[in-house]
Write a protein that binds this ligand. Structure first.
Ligand code: PEP
Length: 248
């Protein structure tokens, strides 16, 4: 039985005061659960939110991590730095990073490895654009995104990683993938991993992301290969985020 996981991605939103309030609001509403919950906060708020989540069930994550360990890489944040603030998770390959900031399959793979070197669990985001879906390229795109990481890190690295399937056309658009559409791709991803290592495929958490909300989360989470969610917009409100978490 896989543990479920819900991860919030706050993106570049809020202020220090609102970030602190949001973290406190989530913690205040957390009941004991068999599932795990985390928030990926803007880098600059990690020190402060790290203190708030200490000794609570709310885990902390970053929204990216550098592809190098240290050195002359102006503006980057290393996995070692993230570890100092108790980051347990790091998103890698979010579609906004891929499309706006040039993160490539290869640099995403390097970021994945950097996170793991510091015992930070990478949440590898994969997914197709609308154009790619319409041209029947969904599985090919996902193969390439997964292969870049498998080639660099090896399949065994997926023992301590999470995959998030995020169809780009569903992120922040209000268009959620249907339960069946999401399940089809989650199943495909699990089979792709299973072809290389069945036991890793059985255990790996595969999250859905893309306009997940309190009113559609239950249906998505009921699908056999969907182990939770990566939540953007709806994670900026403690009540909605908690409702999604309670839908597990
Ligand atoms: C995301 O940013 O990972 C995401 C899924 O965003 P939203 O829930 O807003 O679509």
């Amino acid at each position: 039985m896989r543990r479920s996981l819900v991860v919030g991605n706050w993106k570049m939103n809020g202020t220090l005061a609102s970030a602190e309030l949001l973290a406190k609001g989530i913690i205040a509403g957390l009941a004991s659960s068999d599932a795990d919950i985390a928030v990926c906060v803007p880098y600059i708020y990690l020190p402060s939110v790290s203190k708030i989540v200490k000794d609570t069930a709310l885990a902390l994550g970053s929204q990216n991590v550098a592809d190098k360990s240290s050195g002359a890489y102006t503006g980057e944040i290393s996995a070692t730095m993230l570890k100092e603030f108790n980051c347990q998770y790091a998103l890698v390959g979010h579609s906004e990073r891929r499309s706006y900031y040039g993160d490539t399959n290869e640099s995403v793979a390097a970021r994945f490895c950097q996170a793991q070197e510091q015992n930070i669990t990478p949440v590898l985001c994969v997914g197709e654009t609308l154009e790619q879906r319409e041209q029947d390229q969904t599985f090919q795109v996902i193969n390439e995104q997964l292969d870049a990481v498998i080639d660099l890190a090896g399949i065994a690295a997926f023992k301590t990683a999470v995959i998030a399937y995020e169809p780009v056309w569903a992120i922040g658009t209000g268009k959620t993938a249907s339960d069946e559409q999401a399940q089809e791709v989650h199943h495909y991803i699990r089979q792709y991993i299973a072809a290389k290592d069945q036991s890793i495929a059985d255990k790996i958490q595969i999250l859905y992301g893309g306009s997940a909300k309190p009113d559609n989360a239950k249906g998505l989470f009921a699908m056999p290969d969907i182990d939770g969610g990566l939540i953007g917009g709806a994670s900026l409100d403690a009540e909605s985020f908690l409702k999604i978490f309670q839908s597990i």
